[in-house]
Design a protein around this ligand. Structure first.
Ligand code: UD1
Length: 431
């Protein structure tokens, strides 16, 4: 198992190219199941989750090709995927594939909408709470499917096709909204989605579906209207920049000090987080190349944050922000409202010398003057990168174990940080 070795204490200086958003790329790839024609996706990040989803999609019969890198391209140049689901050969998504990546459960919507039937294993994925799929199943039932759960599988059927309906989410859910968008695009008639998730990745997927011929209005807002169509066509779409990667590197710079241009980053995708990082003491400015983050000399101030659906502070930046606050000049409170059990990084940050106390869904962080390097263990995707951020600012050497969590969602992390002066290297190995 690979590990990452970091020697902390260096300021970050330079440029980091922001990749395409993993959380848009995954549902966009799944949307390829909706059409017989080819869907081309540009700016797809080269991360393990994308590779895993390609395996899952090919199991269903999707042919794919990945454009090679061209001479002169940067090593981090993103990939173009061509996905073609001309013939679906299997409507079952088996446990051994779905259990490796939770978002692959989402294939249930396009398979059902196009084939009238889908059999998908209940998911696994990140160890952050129970993460049910009840609202995804509610969506499919509202659209006319019958659902049976048998031996760990969800069997969804709609022999005569799905039919448009009103879907009112009792809670904001990204996965539920993606499911509703994909299924309703091929349902007969009109669908009204209320209390939809407003995350930018939803709007990005909807924009692609519209290019494919779907009739969708209001995506990116809490009420979405869809007029179903009989079939969808191929399209060409560019994945939007990754706001979580952007916020992560912005926090890394705020943590170590320095001056970094996050190239290709879009400030509108993370206003709330940028404001918070600014309040903590970093200078944030934007230009037509991206977002520049600087901190030179100023100490870090404590800031209280509460995670919330977009446009609020993202839960996917909570762990990284907690790492930043471990060196703030005072006490901050970080409240997690989206996922239970999303504080697994706390124990590991403590190994680096952080002072954090948990009180239910609130973490109370008392900033310390100095963190000290130590061996730590990555526990989930975002938690693991919070350990990297803390290690970059800690005195001495840290080893981050179980790096496969990081590889799921961060493209060339050590190259990007190393290019800005961090002492960071990957140690390949079996232990
Ligand atoms: C997506 C993101 C993830 C991010 C999360 C919240 C992807 C691949 N993943 O996850 O990185 O942290 O949004 O921004 O895009 N819920 C239910 N029943 C359901 C579905 C969800 O109760 O059927 C609950 C969840 O347990 C959670 C909340 O709703 O408490 C939000 O979950 P959701 O927005 O669906 O997250 P994901 O789409 O799984």
């Amino acid at each position: 198992m690979d590990r990452i070795r970091i020697v902390g204490g260096r300021k970050l200086e330079g440029n980091i190219q922001i990749s395409g958003a993993k959380n848009a790329a995954l549902p966009l790839m799944i949307a390829a199941l909706l059409t017989e024609e080819t869907l081309t996706l540009e700016n797809t990040p080269s991360v393990a989750d994308v590779g895993m989803l390609l395996r899952i999609l090919s199991h269903h019969g999707v042919d794919y090709s990945v454009d090679g890198r061209r001479p002169g391209d940067q090593p981090h140049a993103a990939r173009t995927l061509h996905l073609s689901a001309r013939r679906i050969v299997d409507i079952t998504a088996p446990y051994d594939l779905v259990s490796k990546m939770r978002a692959s459960f989402w294939v249930i919507a396009p398979l059902l909408a196009r084939m009238g039937e889908a059999r998908v294993s209940l998911p696994g994925g990140c160890a952050i709470g129970t993460r049910p799929v009840d609202l995804l199943l509610m969506v499919l039932e509202k659209l006319g499917a019958t659902i049976e759960i048998e031996a760990g599988y969800v069997h969804a059927r709609a022999a005569k096709g799905l039919v448009g309906a009103e879907i009112d989410f009792p809670k904001v859910t990204v996965s539920g909204t993606h499911t509703a968008l994909m299924a309703a695009s091929l349902a007969k008639g009109h669908t009204l989605i209320k209390n939809a998730a407003c995350e930018p990745e939803i709007a990005d997927v909807a924009a692609c579906l519209v290019k494919m011929g779907a009739k969708i209005k209001g995506a990116g807002q809490s009420v979405i209207e869809i007029e179903g169509v009989a079939s969808l066509s191929g399209a060409h779409h560019t994945v939007l920049p990754d706001r979580i990667e952007t916020g992560t590197y912005a926090m890394a710079v705020a943590m170590t000090g320095g001056d970094v241009l996050l190239e290709g980053a879009e400030p509108d995708l993370l206003r709330n987080a940028l404001d918070v990082i600014g309040m903590a003491g970093a200078e944030i400015s934007t230009n037509n190349l991206g977002i520049r983050v600087r901190r030179n000399g100023a100490s870090l101030s404590p800031v209280d944050v509460t995670t919330a659906p977009f446009p609020g502070f993202p839960t996917d930046l909570q762990a990284q922000f907690m790492a930043l606050m471990t060196k703030a000049n005072g006490r901050s409170r970080i409240t997690e409202t989206i996922f239970e059990n999303r504080f697994m990084h706390v124990q590991e940050l403590a190994r680096l010398g952080a002072h954090i106390r948990l009180d239910g869904d609130i973490a109370i962080v008392d900033g310390v003057a100095e963190l000290q390097g130590a061996p730590v263990m990555a526990t989930d995707l975002r938690a693991s990168v919070s350990l990297v951020i803390a290690a970059l600012a800690a005195r001495g050497e840290s080893i981050v174990n179980r790096v496969y969590h990081l590889d799921r969602g961060f493209e060339h992390l050590e190259k990007k940080l190393g290019g800005c002066g961090a002492v960071i290297e990957r140690i390949s190995g079996s232990n």
